[in-house]
Design a protein around this ligand. Structure first.
Ligand SMILES: *[C@@H]1O[C@H](CO)[C@@H](O)[C@H](O)[C@H]1NC(C)=O
Ligand SMILES: *[C@@H]1O[C@H](CO)[C@@H](O)[C@H](O)[C@H]1NC(C)=O
Length: 392
């Protein structure tokens, strides 16, 4: 038997002290008892990871045929409207979460969050009605997830998961595209009416999520829609320029949404958000000066047909089935007539994750996930790294 009291050599005491200190600092930096927040995603094809593979829809609303998904990451079509990963895949990676699965996937687990997005979906239920999972339906699906989490984890733990999760919303483009494609609706509603209806419904939905316990919201604002290859090709000016009337709707939407979020920030006491106020102008710049961002072509779709690859035929099995695919995807901003490449998605995700206030604010996604201001998290990590260097 060894005596309970031992005299330790001084070097061992020092090592133990150092270790204790390291453990304390480490727990400050990564709080091991707290897991990474869950990630819930709502929206359209910009964030759909395959829900449309499970619904009754038209071929153009699916991305389940090659060459979709051809990049090395998946190396097969997954339902993502991209040659590979999309923005939310990169964000999940940065947050140290696994890839967030589609809600419709059989026996999917909700513990890390889930993705409700559906290609073609709009904020308004009348947008492409019958062939998409519209936003109100996505919100109803979220309610079933809350019930199932409560049953699985118990009320208190489920409430904690809901309150700490990040809710990412990327939707609106299809409301404007479907409006512009419908002469009947244009007779009844002005563009201002449509923006008002979209923003009104979106605001109510955000409030609805807040009432359910959601606290941290991320928004990808709309891109210069008139510069998508499909819209460039549809520009009545036919001079190869972006279709400005369409982009203006996107700008009006972004400004109105920003206004709503600013007021929510004042009214709803625990509401935290990341809004990509610099995204539109950033992407506009990438499109017009692609070389500055490491691209060669900001105009043409890598996959498609017709002028600018604007005929939405990528993957075939669509209204027009002949298509061409470029040889070097990494040169292109646009993958198909409506959607960006994996390379573009990574750049967008980088901006959303830890971009400066001029791109995304008042929080960036890193700040939302770590429940802290960006600089504070970095201070702690720096302190930890310094100490580890000292310990070596
Ligand atoms: C929501 O959209 C509907 C059309 O689907 C519209 O009639 C209604 O006024 C909108 N609600 C708000 C609050 O804007
Ligand atoms: C791809 O490269 C091949 C061989 O160099 C060439 O024949 C073909 O035209 C290229 N395709 C495109 C779409 O650029």
């Amino acid at each position: 038997m060894t005596s309970p009291i031992q005299i330790l050599p001084l070097s061992t005491v020092f090592q133990i002290l150092l270790l204790t200190l390291l453990i304390i600092i480490k727990s400050l930096a990564s709080s091991p008892e707290e897991k990474t927040p869950a990630f819930f995603i709502f929206g359209d094809s910009t964030v759909d990871v395959g829900n449309n593979n499970y619904i009754d829809t038209i071929a153009g609303n699916r991305a389940n045929l090659p060459p979709y998904g051809q990049s090395s990451f998946f190396n097969k079509p997954t339902g993502r409207f991209s040659d590979g990963r999309i923005v939310v895949d990169f964000i999940a990676e940065y947050a140290k979460l696994p890839i967030i699965p589609p809600f419709k996937q059989p026996s999917v687990k909700f513990i890390n969050g889930v993705n409700f997005a559906s290609g073609g979906a709009g904020v308004l239920p009348e947008t492409y009605r019958g062939i998409v999972i519209d936003f109100p339906t996505q919100l109803e699906q979220f309610n079933t997830v809350v019930s199932s989490l409560s049953a699985e984890l118990g009320e208190a733990e489920a409430r904690e998961l809901i309150a700490t999760a990040v809710y990412f919303i990327s939707i609106g483009s299809n409301d404007y595209l479907s409006y512009l494609g419908s002469p009947q609706r244009q007779e009844v509603f002005t563009p201002e009416d449509i923006v008002g209806m979209v923003i009104g419904n979106l605001s109510e939905s955000i409030q609805g999520l807040y009432e359910k316990g959601a606290r941290k919201f991320g928004f990808l604002s709309l891109s210069p829609l008139g510069c998508l290859p499909a819209l460039r090709a549809a520009n009545p000016k036919a001079d190869g320029s972006c279709f400005d009337d369409v982009s203006e709707l996107a700008l009006a939407h972004n400004n109105a949404l920003y206004g709503v979020l600013l007021s929510f920030g004042h009214i709803l006491t625990e509401f935290k958000y990341a809004f990509s106020s610099g995204f539109y102008s950033w992407l506009h710049e990438v499109i017009h000066n692609p070389a500055k961002s490491g691209f060669k072509d900001g105009i043409n779709a890598c996959c498609g047909s017709g002028p600018y690859g604007g005929v939405y035929s990528c993957g075939g099995n669509k209204e027009v089935s002949d298509y061409e695919v470029c040889n070097s995807t990494e040169d292109f901003v646009w993958w198909d007539s409506f959607h960006g490449t994996e390379k573009l998605a990574e750049k967008i995700a980088d901006m959303l994750w830890d971009g400066p206030q001029t791109s995304i604010g008042p929080y960036n996604l890193k700040g939302l996930f770590f429940n802290n201001e960006k600089s504070r998290v970095e201070d702690i990590v720096d302190a930890k790294e310094n100490l580890e260097a000292f310990a070596l």
